[in-house]
Design a protein around this ligand. Structure first.
Ligand SMILES: [Zn+2]
Length: 200
């Protein structure tokens, strides 16, 4: 029988390859940079996004994260013209998982932010975008994918905090908002309560 330590090693080396998650569809974004030397990746930031807001499954989020979005395609896009952002992961309404940036690299999802006494959360966090409308509810399939992904991240990185963009950029951002079921994620992951924002 394989010792537990060795099982863990085998699982994480199988699940991850240079920061890329095996069960995600990879679509490389140019919007990333190196993490500062010695970064301790201990935070997962959960977001919501849809382009335009409330419209799903049209490929626009994938286009935005790869700088391929046609700014003329919708009036809403005028307001975000030229925006260069990315997230490590994106989970569609049907639970499909995409990855744009290796977790070993710094993705551009949190912006000006501060959490657990540290600023610039992009430096040492992993960003996960859920396809959805800020404040709206999310699909069961999305929670399933999110739980599996978080479990795999917890296995590979020293995560100690899971929070929303609204918690790391309080007053500036509201996603994913009140429609996100924090107790469901907490119970699914069986993580200690102190991993999560106090309000959950
Ligand atoms: Zn966000």
């Amino acid at each position: 029988m394989t010792p537990p330590e060795q099982q863990g090693l085998t699982a994480s080396t199988t699940l991850w390859q240079d920061g890329w998650y095996r069960y995600a569809r990879a679509l490389a974004s140019p919007n990333f940079g190196p993490r500062p030397a010695g970064s301790q990746i201990d935070l997962i930031v959960i977001h919501s996004i849809s382009l335009p807001p409330g419209e799903f499954d049209n490929g626009n989020v994938q286009r935005l994260f790869t700088n391929q979005l046609d700014w003329e395609a919708h009036p809403y896009f005028q307001g975000i013209r030229g925006l260069q952002v990315s997230s490590h992961f994106f989970i569609t309404r049907s639970g499909k998982l995409w990855q744009f940036v290796a977790c070993s690299e710094r993705a551009w999802h949190a912006g000006t932010s501060s959490y657990r006494g540290r600023s610039n959360c992009n430096d040492d966090s992993i960003g996960i975008e859920l396809e959805g409308l800020e404040g709206g509810i999310f699909e069961a399939a999305q929670y399933e994918t999110l739980t599996g992904l978080c479990a795999a991240i917890l296995q590979a990185y020293p995560i100690a905090y899971i929070a929303g963009h609204e918690h790391v950029a309080a007053g500036r951002k509201q996603d994913p908002g009140p429609g996100f079921d924090w107790p469901l994620l907490r119970d699914s992951l069986a993580c200690p309560t102190q991993y999560f924002p106090a309000v959950t």
